[in-house]
Ligand binder design. Structure first.
Ligand code: FEO
Length: 409
C-alpha cells in the first residue's frame, strides 16, 4: 500500500495551502445521496481535513469518510511521508471524519491521536484503537506546541456529539471548528467563502445546522459564547468553505439559529391525493401573500422533510394541510411533522385544514404529537367534505385572519 502511494508523492491533487504551512487535504463527496442516510445532499458534501507542517506535523480531523481513503491518503502523501506525521487531532468521532482513521493509524506508525476523554472511549468502541502510548487525551483549553505554532483545544460538547472539540491555532488564529459553521455542498474547487455564492452557502449552512446540530442548539449557543473570547481570522470547518472574508455572516447566522429567532414567516406543509386540499392551499397561500405575509409552501410528498425542517426552524407558524387518510393524518405530512419535532422544535403555533372523503378528523393523531411538544393550535380547524365550497372559504378566511394576527403580534 505504502509503495503505491509513494509513487504519487509530489503530485499535488487538490491540496491547497491555506496559510503558510497549513494545507487543506479534504475531499469532495459527490456520490452519497443521503448524509447520515437521512438527509438528501444533491449538492454533495465535503469532508475537510487540514495538515499543519511545523517542527511537528499535525493532521486536524481524524480524516475523512472511509469510502474516500484512496483520495485522502493520496493527498497526504503528496505533502509528507506518513512516518513524518506526529499527531492526528480527532475533533469529532463521527465516521464522516474518522472513517479513514484505522487505516491512517496503521500506516502513520509514529502518529499519536489527540482526542477528548469521551472521544477516547469511542475510539475503542468504534475502531478497537486503545494503545495508551499512542493516545493523548486533552482537557478544555489545553495546549500543544508544534514548534512555531500552538494548538489550543476547546471542548464543545453537543456540537455535534458529546465528545466533540474544536482546535484553535494561535499564530494564524484559525479555528478548526469541526461540524460547526459547516455547510452541505461539495467544494468543487471553491475553498474560501469569497469564492462561493454566499446566499447559497448560508442556506446550505442553515439546513446543515438544523438537520445535524439543531437538536443541540443550546450546546451550540454555549459554544458560541465560549468562542467569543477568541480572536478568529479564519474558521475552517469540517464541511464546506473556509470562512475568511465573511466570518461575521456565518457567526450572525449561528447566533440567529441558536437563539431560535423567528421571522414573520408562515410555512405550509401539505399533502393532497387528488387536488381537493391543494386547491384550498392555493387559496390560503394567496390570502396570506395578499396580506404581505412571507409564506413558504411545501408539498410533503415531494419535498424531503430535511428542507421543511429548515424552514420550520425560523417560521412563526406552521400550517399543516392534508386529507384524512385511513382514518389518520396523511402520512407524508405526519412524517414531516415528526422530523420537525424530533429536532426539539418546541412551542410553535400551528393550524390545520384539509379535506375528507367520508369521515374526517384524521388530524387528531397529529395534534396529539404536536401538543406533546407544547405547540399551540390556532383555531378553527377547517375541514371540508370533498372540495372546498363557499362556506369553507369563509372559514379559511377566518383562519387566515387569526394567523395574520399571530404573525404580526
Ligand atoms: Fe460531520 Fe457530526 O460529523
Amino acid at each position: 500500500m505504502n509503495n503505491y502511494f509513494n509513487l504519487l508523492r509530489g503530485v499535488c491533487l487538490g491540496v491547497i495551502e491555506i496559510v503558510d504551512g497549513i494545507y487543506y487535504v479534504g475531499v469532495d463527496d459527490k456520490k452519497t445521496k443521503f448524509f447520515e442516510s437521512i438527509w438528501p445532499i444533491p449538492e454533495g458534501i465535503s469532508y475537510n481535513a487540514y495538515l499543519i507542517i511545523d517542527d511537528k506535523v499535525a493532521l486536524i480531523e481524524g480524516g475523512v469518510k472511509q469510502d474516500f481513503s484512496r483520495e485522502f491518503l493520496k493527498k497526504l502523501e503528496s505533502i509528507i511521508d506518513l512516518d513524518e506525521l506526529d499527531y492526528i487531532v480527532v475533533n469529532h468521532m463521527e465516521p464522516d471524519h474518522t472513517g479513514t482513521l484505522p487505516l491512517l493509524y496503521k500506516m502513520a506508525k509514529r502518529a499519536k491521536i489527540i482526542i477528548s476523554k469521551m472521544g477516547k472511549k469511542m475510539l475503542k468502541s468504534f475502531y478497537g484503537i486503545e494503545n495508551e502510548e499512542r493516545i493523548i487525551t486533552v482537557r478544555d483549553f489545553e495546549e500543544l506546541s508544534l514548534g512555531k505554532r500552538k494548538l489550543k483545544f476547546i471542548m464543545t460538547p453537543g456540537v455535534h456529539w458529546p465528545e466533540t472539540m474544536m482546535t484553535y491555532e494561535e499564530r494564524s488564529k484559525i479555528l478548526f471548528s469541526s461540524d460547526a459553521f459547516g455547510t452541505y455542498g461539495s467544494l468543487d474547487g471553491s475553498l474560501f467563502d469569497s469564492e462561493v455564492d454566499l446566499e447559497v452557502s448560508l442556506e446550505r449552512a442553515k439546513r446543515y445546522f438544523v438537520n445535524i446540530v439543531g437538536m443541540y442548539a443550546i450546546q451550540a449557543k454555549n459554544a458560541l459564547n465560549k468562542l467569543s473570547k477568541f480572536e478568529i481570522r479564519m474558521i475552517a470547518p469540517s464541511h464546506g468553505p473556509i470562512w475568511k472574508e465573511h466570518i461575521k455572516l456565518i457567526l450572525d447566522l449561528y447566533t440567529k439559529l441558536t437563539n431560535k429567532e423567528e421571522e414573520d414567516k408562515v410555512l405550509i406543509v401539505y399533502g393532497s391525493m387528488y387536488g381537493f386540499t391543494e386547491e384550498a392551499v392555493e387559496v390560503m397561500a394567496r390570502l396570506l401573500k395578499e396580506n404581505g405575509i412571507k409564506t413558504v409552501v411545501h408539498n410533503a410528498t415531494y419535498i424531503h422533510p430535511s428542507y421543511s425542517l429548515s424552514e420550520a426552524w425560523d417560521s412563526k407558524i406552521i400550517i399543516f394541510a392534508f386529507p384524512t387518510y385511513d382514518a389518520g393524518p396523511f402520512i407524508p405530512v405526519y412524517t414531516t411533522a415528526y422530523y420537525i419535532i424530533r429536532k426539539n422544535i418546541m412551542n410553535k403555533k400551528f393550524a390545520i385544514f384539509g379535506s375528507y372523503g367520508w369521515s374526517g378528523k384524521g388530524y387528531m393523531e397529529l395534534i396529539r404529537m404536536l401538543e406533546a411538544k407544547k405547540w399551540k393550535l390556532i383555531e378553527p380547524i377547517v375541514e371540508f367534505n370533498g372540495g372546498i365550497r363557499k362556506d369553507n372559504l369563509e372559514k379559511i378566511k377566518e383562519l387566515v385572519e387569526k394567523i395574520i394576527k399571530e404573525v404580526k403580534a
